[in-house]
Design a protein around this ligand. Structure first.
Ligand SMILES: O=C(O)Cc1cc(O)ccc1O
Ligand SMILES: [Fe+2]
Length: 437
């Protein structure tokens, strides 16, 4: 796969021109009477026109044809398990664990990224711009002469297996396991794959992802802004006669035909952009004295709600790090949370679960559902010699933590056949060790 160029920074106001077309970006104004190279100017707004400056996001695209040039949308029937119906199943407050979701390994049955979208759980309604969905993608071929865009919200994509080669209207990026990317609402993209691929998607209907505040940490740390990478302008110069644009709109999928590609943007400028981030670059903060910090210290990106400090969803990782706390039970504590916790595993093993939670699988600990270390982890960590220790080496677990209460889909609970009915057993042999001297 090719090495692409990127622009670095988070939330920056970027400018980019395809290198084949110098001076294609208008200077000093957005809508010249005639644009350079006779391109069309098109604004893509990612926030209300009147949003405060700190939240205002838009990008100006200079393209060969406006996006409006397409045939009417018709229902798209290619993604059977992509849903926004949260009433398929009765509520299930149990601790849930999924074995790795099945990959479409049969070559004779090609499945591309859009066809391979499977919804696991979610809440809310894109019509009122409030809620989220968690999907997995399971695919084995590249999207051809088609592009997808989400009218309902942003996609945060977490590849677990297979490198994604993503073409967006703003340019190209590769996203490998242990990297993530965000494709904001409305931006068209096509996913290429080089092998059978699996990953997780957090879709948020409210607002956009931003970096968490750092408070007393200071001006640096966690995910540093300069490590975020945005594609440079690139357009497809090949003639395309037959192109499908697939839109997710109000929870449904629709397809429109057009006789030109959506990847015809020669130059663009703005701050409403797709980006990627390498999780290896995360600067980990933790306790160097005692006790286990709350996992919010590992927040890479957050989608804030209007309630201070309470996220619609946080994207949290559990990266390799030193563990040095004294007189402390070092693994995650037992707890019940007013937030819902969906976890996935990109590589390796998760520290709180010695067995059963495998890469490509998932867990869901719903609102107030008790959980924590399994027996093996508890016993080991209670006896461990508390020397400085590297933990989670070669591992990357992550969590989508949300203030919403998630419903599991029929695919998630039944059709995928990956729910591990024995999960609850991992706590059953914990002993009552209470002693009165
Ligand atoms: O449940 C989990 O494994 C996630 C988690 C990790 C941690 O370090 C503290 C709290 C928490 O919910
Ligand atoms: Fe938890």
């Amino acid at each position: 796969m090719s090495e692409y160029k990127y622009l670095s920074g988070f939330g920056s106001h970027f400018s980019s021109e395809d290198e084949r077309c110098p001076n294609s970006l208008p200077i000093g104004q957005n809508s010249p009477q005639i644009c350079p190279y006779k391109l069309y100017a098109e604004q893509l707004s990612g926030s209300a026109f009147t949003a405060p400056r700190t939240e205002n996001q838009r990008t100006w695209l200079y393209r060969r044809l406006p996006s409006a040039v397409h045939q009417p949308f018709k229902p798209f029937v290619g993604a059977k398990y992509f849903t926004q119906n949260w009433n398929e199943q009765p509520p299930n407050p149990n601790q849930l664990r999924w074995k790795p979701f099945d990959l479409p390994t049969e070559r004779k049955k090609p499945v591309d990224f859009v066809q391979g979208l499977h919804t696991v759980c979610g809440a809310g309604d894109p019509r009122v711009r409030h809620g989220l969905a968690i999907h997995v993608y399971l695919c084995n071929v590249s999207m051809e002469n088609s592009a997808f865009y989400n009218s309902d919200g942003d996609f945060l994509i977490v590849p677990q297996q297979g490198v994604l080669d993503i073409t967006t209207e703003l340019g190209k990026m590769t996203v490998a396991p242990n990297e993530i990317c965000v494709i904001p609402q409305g931006i068209r993209f096509a996913v290429g794959v080089d092998s059978v691929s699996r990953g997780y998607i957090l879709e948020v209907y409210d607002g956009h992802f931003c970096l968490p505040d750092l408070g007393p940490i200071g001006a640096n740390g966690l995910a540093n802004p300069r490590d975020f990478q945005t594609p440079v302008a690139w357009f497809n110069d090949k003639q395309v006669e037959d192109f499908n644009v697939i839109s997710k709109y109000q929870g449904g999928l629709f397809v429109a035909k057009q006789n030109h590609t959506v990847f015809d943007v020669v130059a663009w400028h703005g701050n409403y952009v797709p980006f990627k981030y390498d999780l290896n670059k995360f600067m980990v903060i933790n306790s160097v004295s005692f006790d286990h910090c709350d996992p919010s210290i590992f927040t890479v990106l957050t989608c804030p709600s209007l309630r201070p400090g309470t996220a619609i969803a946080d994207f949290v990782i559990f990266p390799p790090r030193w563990s040095v706390q004294e007189h402390t039970f070092r693994p995650p504590y037992y707890h019940r949370n007013c937030m819902s916790e969906f976890m996935g595993l990109i590589l390796g093993r998760y520290e709180a679960k010695e067995d059963g939670f495998a890469a490509g699988g998932a867990t869901l600990h719903s609102m107030m559902t008790p959980h924590g270390p399994d027996v093996k982890c508890f016993d080991g960590a209670s006896k461990a010699k508390l020397v400085p220790e590297r933990i989670a080496e070669g591992t990357q677990a992550f969590m989508f933590e949300t203030s919403l209460s998630l419903a599991v889909t029929k695919w998630g609970e039944e059709t995928c056949q990956k729910l591990d009915a024995e999960y609850y057993e991992c706590w059953q042999s914990l002993k009552d060790n209470f002693t009165i001297q």
